[in-house]
Design a binder for this molecule. Structure first.
Ligand code: SF4
Ligand code: SF4
Length: 191
């Protein structure tokens, strides 16, 4: 296979780029998606990575690198990247980028495209399942509920999954995450 160049992986090692994995249209597709319009303005200064609180504590998460890979057309590498899901959506990078790339929005666009391909870490699939079943991203363990009762604390407020499902429908949440139907309910009927 022809190697046309190399780029740093998110683990910091050089990884050859094969011509066959370059999608020259990817960056233009991104420009057409809300949030990705300014990706070609990035001139790789590295400010986003240097100010990112997640990158500070991670050996692998580098928003600058993700944007660089996208500009190069490495679509599969970007969308299959586990580190994509480490972004905390704090928007520090968006505030600091000298080119107004709106980096956090670009990361969101990457995630949505990854989700469309079914590339979602299991932990987020579990959260999706919990959302449609309980209205909360995390199921409160029975042990925690009993502990509250033993301490004389009031019951936690009930979630409203029906209302949550109505909101989720608008962002194609069900198509993207494909959660299982809750027992005794038709989740997609909420859509
Ligand atoms: S701060 Fe902006 S211009 Fe600099 S590398 Fe990040 S996205 Fe690119
Ligand atoms: S929004 Fe994501 S990429 Fe940007 S600084 Fe925060 S954690 Fe880092």
């Amino acid at each position: 296979m022809t190697e046309v160049a190399s780029t740093s992986t998110q683990q910091g090692k050089e990884q050859p780029i094969k011509a066959s994995e370059i999608d020259p249209h990817f960056k233009y597709e991104l420009q057409k998606i809300h949030g990705g319009e300014k990706i070609l303005k990035c001139f790789q200064c590295g400010t986003c990575t240097s100010d990112c609180p997640v990158a500070r504590f991670s050996d692998s998460y580098r928003p600058r690198t993700l944007i660089h890979m996208a500009q190069l057309g490495l679509k599969d590498r970007v969308l299959n990247s586990d580190t994509l899901w480490l972004c905390a959506a704090c928007f520090t990078c968006t505030d600091r980028c000298p080119q107004d790339v709106e980096v956090a929005n670009v990361i969101r666009v990457f995630r949505n495209l990854a989700a469309d391909k079914g590339c979602i870490p299991q932990v987020f699939k579990d959260q999706a399942q919990s959302l449609i079943e309980t209205g909360y991203a995390y199921k409160i363990p029975d042990l925690r509920i009993k502990k509250r009762e033993s301490q004389g604390l009031p019951p936690l407020p009930k979630g409203n999954p029906q209302s949550v499902c109505k909101v989720l429908k608008g962002v194609k949440f069900f198509e993207r995450t494909q959660p299982q139907k809750p027992a005794g309910e038709n989740a997609n009927a909420q859509q």
